[in-house]
Design a protein around this ligand. Structure first.
Ligand code: ATP
Ligand code: MG
Length: 338
């Protein structure tokens, strides 16, 4: 795939600058250049050919004939000049080709593991905006310590066989090849997407999920053309609305449990607040409560964090009692009482 419109990002391009530099700095720079042979070109993990190949393969799994296409017409101006444009483009082009998005409007957030973009939605989706959460391929390298392994989420190996990675050392496949780790990340993102779908279909307050292709999850955008919805951690609530929002979040936690999920990383940082309503996001750490009794501690931690946040607004709650009562109502006796 050619990216002519990114030509200005080329490493070979030496811009002429009129910035005043200190004389020593200029001399040091000249000597450095003279004493070294051509500096090694910086390459990011994301742009390595193996990662690009993997992204392409993942992206077109659902539509193999698309791989044969010469070039997509997706050329978002937003990406011009960005170093990371090749991997963002390989992640979003399939969404464009499948008539889900038409353009990238802005970057809503960039974290360690994923970047979220506000995209213009294709008219067929019935939305104006969509959020594309793109996981960085470099995540493939660092799965070993992930909650996936600590809390027994079922993983699929290369052949699609279920693995139960509940060992602290990580499952056997984690120690295998890069390829099998990539397969695990794919199943990990699929699980996040599936969790969000289950939640949405049962009426939870989560952004409506639209698609999962490769390393990208596409969902309803919470916010506007100008700004993404702030997180609960970023806003000051009215005391009067706090109790209602708290109850709403507890309902969502209970709903998730009833349908076989614990968020696992719930806090004011993973809840968006927009037009007086909350949306729970980021199901990357979600786990199945039926899979391992250890997960009660995760469940209790989610509730504890929400209680702490809302106690600042005078909402009275006993996180321990609340966690125990919701758990026993749906899951039976508490693990330590078994
Ligand atoms: N559906 C959405 N609509 C609008 N903004 C969103 C949406 N999903 C995510 N965001 C924005 O992207 C941010 C990060 O999303 P998320 O929490 O899912 O990813 P993350 O990998 O945990 O990133 P971080 O480490 O920054 O929390 C959110 O805090 C929010 O600002
Ligand atoms: Mg998050």
């Amino acid at each position: 795939m050619r990216h002519d419109f990114f030509a200005e990002d080329s490493e070979e391009f030496e811009p002429v600058t009129f910035v005043k530099m200190k004389p020593d700095a200029r001399e040091r720079s000249r000597l450095r250049k003279a004493s070294h042979t051509k500096p090694t070109k910086k390459t990011s993990y994301e742009s390595s050919s193996a990662v690009q190949r993997w992204l392409k393969q993942q992206a077109y799994d659902v539509e193999p004939e698309a791989e044969q296409r010469q070039e997509s017409s997706f050329k978002p101006m937003f990406l011009a000049g960005r170093r990371d444009s090749p991997w963002i483009l390989s992640s979003l082009t399939p969404l464009y080709d499948q008539k889900l998005i038409t353009d990238i409007i802005y970057e809503a957030s960039s974290g360690k593991e994923a970047t979220v973009f506000c995209c213009a939605a294709h008219v067929d989706t019935g939305q104006e905006l969509l959020a594309a959460k793109i996981y960085r391929p470099r995540m493939f390298r660092s799965l070993r310590n992930d909650a996936v392994y600590r809390y027994s989420r079922v993983q699929r190996d290369e052949e699609g066989q279920a693995e139960h990675g509940n060992s602290r050392r990580g499952s056997a496949a984690t120690r295998k090849s890069e390829k099998s780790r990539a397969a695990q990340v794919a199943s990990w993102i699929e699980y996040e997407y599936l969790t969000q779908r289950i939640m949405y279909e049962h009426g939870a307050d989560v952004p409506r999920p639209f698609a999962h292709i490769g390393n990208t999850v596409l969902m309803e955008y919470v916010g506007s053309r100008d700004q993404s919805a702030p997180r609960l951690s970023d806003v000051v609530l009215d005391v009067e609305e706090a109790q209602e929002l708290f109850d709403c979040i507890m309902r969502n936690i209970e709903l998730a449990l009833v349908h076989g999920r614990i968020h696992g990383d719930l806090s004011e940082y993973n809840i968006l607040y927009w037009e007086g309503k909350v949306s729970l996001i980021d199901f990357a750490q979600a786990v199945d409560p039926y899979h391992n009794s250890d997960v009660f501690s995760l469940f209790a931690r989610d509730i504890d964090r929400i209680c702490r946040y809302f106690s600042l607004y005078g909402v009275a709650c006993d996180p321990n009692a609340l966690a125990r009562s919701i758990w026993t109502r749906h899951m039976g006796p508490l693990p330590e009482l078994l």
